[in-house]
Design a protein. Structure first.
Length: 131
């Protein structure tokens, strides 16, 4: 698991964005960029005036889902956050095949709909009533 997932609790001091990026990134930084630098994030950074050309080719090539660790920990009660994450990943990959969706049953046509006569509608076998 990447250090960024558990090694930096929320509210911990982050380096300011204005600092230049380290040009000799290690494996951990690469993994974080590849996991989180989506096209939306790149666009948001560019809108703030940040040059992303050095990392323009990084990031996932498909939409991603971000789930807070606290949500996973509530569902998977591990001894540690790492254990909860491990349980979550095992659960998600246990059935690697896509779930089979069952076709919706078609409603059976039991009987013809009731005739309007039984619903208080005028019948057509007699002339209308006049007052």
């Amino acid at each position: 698991m990447a250090n960024g997932m558990m090694g930096n609790p929320m509210g911990a001091q982050q380096p300011p964005m204005e600092q230049p990026m380290n040009t000799q990134m290690g494996g951990t930084e690469d993994a974080v960029l590849d996991m989180h630098l989506t096209e939306d994030v790149k666009q948001a950074l560019q809108a703030k005036g940040i040059d992303v050309s050095a990392v323009a080719d990084r990031g996932p090539k498909e939409p991603v889902v971000v789930i807070p660790v606290s949500i996973i920990m509530n569902k998977y009660q591990g001894a540690s956050p790492e254990e909860s994450m491990k349980q979550f990943v095992q659960d998600m990959t246990a059935n690697a095949q896509a779930p089979v969706t069952e076709p919706m049953p078609q409603p059976a046509m039991a009987e013809a709909p009731p005739s309007p006569e039984g619903l208080g509608a005028p019948t057509m076998d007699r002339p209308p009533m006049t007052a």
